[in-house]
Design a protein around this ligand. Structure first.
Ligand code: UD1
Length: 428
């Protein structure tokens, strides 16, 4: 087992370069299944979710080669099966994109229900409803295998009752080769939806309107290989921005698309942090204690739920009382218990957290409940005085490339430490 050890209380200075977007790449790698040809995908982040997704593609017969550390070559010509067992899907939520991709390629898919971060019930009813609308017969059978089967997928009008990133992506994957026109109404508008649409169009698909709430897809017979570069990660960028605001200092977050960061920048400005927007960078200067502000998570372009634990950590040391409302997930405040161990004063009532800012957090042993909660623990550790140890960092490695090295580059005192087995047993 490994853990992070942080000696906090040091301000952060310098530049940090943001990697490719996790939530884009976990959709785009499965999308390569649709191509009869070779896809070269650049700006791949070196994170565990990517390793797992590439392993799944290899497991079903794709040829996968890393050309260099952030470029992968995927040849899906010889994929030999439409079945993906639970052993391959259990650690990763995004493995459900294999249903849409395999259904789009072979008109049939059999994929085990996914694992992933636990922040409440995570249904996939909208995904399945979308596949059915395209003419697939869908069932959840033995061992929670989702089976989808169609003679010929046909385009249709699909309205989603709830804005869902996953359902929008999955239906896009299934619809690109369906006959006729598919219209997705109340589609998600996240940057990675646009990135996926651009990738599919580079393979010869006809997808329009991504980034708005109506996406129109005219089916094509064949998709070819392409060269593509993944967009920078909005949430990784936001995490470093909030870390700089909480620890104090002067940090330039490089290789970002500032448009994707507007809601995060707006909240930091409200907290009294200085934010300077460049063409492809955002500079954060934080010299004083942050001020309170209220935050409500919403689908894009609202404040991202995947930044909620990080901003709540900043507000925990702000002057005044802030209210954080989580409107996407039912149970995304589990990490608050960990912050409380560090001296935060936060009361959770259902999907609302009332955050009474304290002057400082105290270092303490804590654990990462999930990926973004883990990022919040790093921010708390950097802002607190003393030695914070974070357990269960495997969650953090799922989504943050070289997180230790990147924070060290900003002057943070953070280390990855291997815990001997004996200590691990005691820790459990
Ligand atoms: C994706 C992200 C996740 C992020 C979330 C919201 C990936 C791998 N994960 O998750 O990090 O927190 O978007 O931005 O990209 N819902 C239904 N039925 C469905 C699907 C969803 O009711 O079939 C509801 C969910 O319970 C939730 C809301 O819709 O309340 C949003 O979920 P969704 O956007 O689908 O999240 P994910 O795609 O799972």
């Amino acid at each position: 087992m490994e853990k992070f050890v942080i000696n906090g209380g040091k301000k952060l200075y310098g530049n940090v370069t943001i990697s490719g977007a996790k939530n884009a790449v976990v959709a785009i790698i499965p999308a390569a299944i649709l191509a009869e040809g070779v896809c070269i995908i650049e700006n791949i982040p070196n994170i565990n979710d990517v390793t797992m997704m590439l392993r799944i593609l290899k497991g079903i017969g794709a040829e996968v080669t890393m050309i260099n550390k952030d470029t992968v070559r995927i040849d899906s010509s010889n994929i030999s099966t439409h079945v993906v067992p639970y052993e391959l899907t259990k650690h990763m939520r995004a493995s459900y994109y294999l249903i849409g991709a395999l259904l789009g390629r072979f008109s049939k898919a059999k994929v085990a229900m996914p694992g992933g971060c636990d922040f409440g019930v995570r249904p996939i009813d909208l995904h399945l409803k979308g596949f059915e609308k395209l003419g697939a017969k869908v069932s959840v059978g033995e061992s929670a295998m989702v089976e989808a089967d169609a003679e010929q997928l046909e385009g249709n009008f699909i309205y989603f009752d709830t804005v869902s990133v996953g359902a929008t992506i999955n239906v896009m994957l299934a619809a690109v080769k369906a006959s006729g026109l598919t219209v997705i109404e109340n589609a998600a508008k996240e940057p990675h939806i646009v990135d996926l649409a651009n990738f599919l169009n580079s393979m010869g698909a006809d997808v329009r309107g991504a980034g708005t709430d109506v996406i129109k897809i005219r089916g094509v017979d064949m998709l070819h290989g392409c060269n593509y570069s993944i967009i920078p990660d909005q949430i990784e960028a936001g995490t470093y921005m909030v870390a700089a605001a909480a620890a104090g200092g002067d940090v330039t977050v490089c290789n970002v698309i500032p448009k994707h960061l507007e809601s995060i920048m707006a909240k930091l400005i409200e907290c009294g942090v200085q934010v300077i927007e460049g063409d492809d960078s955002v500079r954060i200067i934080s010299t004083e204690r942050p001020k309170k502000c209220n935050v409500k998570t919403l689908p894009h372009p609202g404040f991202p739920t995947d930044m909620q634990p990080q901003i709540t950590t900043l507000l925990a040391i702000a002057e005044g009382t802030s209210i954080v409302s989580e409107s996407v997930w039912d149970n995304r405040f589990k990490y608050v218990e960990q912050l409380t161990r560090m001296g935060a004063n936060i009361r959770v009532d259902g999907k609302i957290a009332i955050v009474e800012g304290v002057e400082k957090l105290n270092a303490a042993p804590v654990k990462a409940n999930d990926l973004r909660a883990g990022a919040a623990m790093i921010i708390a550790g950097l802002a607190a005085h003393g030695r914070t140890e974070i357990e269960s960092i495997v969650f953090i490695d799922r989504g943050y490339e070289n997180v230790v090295e990147k924070f060290q580059g900003l002057g943070a005192d953070i280390e990855r430490v291997t815990v001997p087995d004996k200590e691990e047993e005691q820790a459990v």
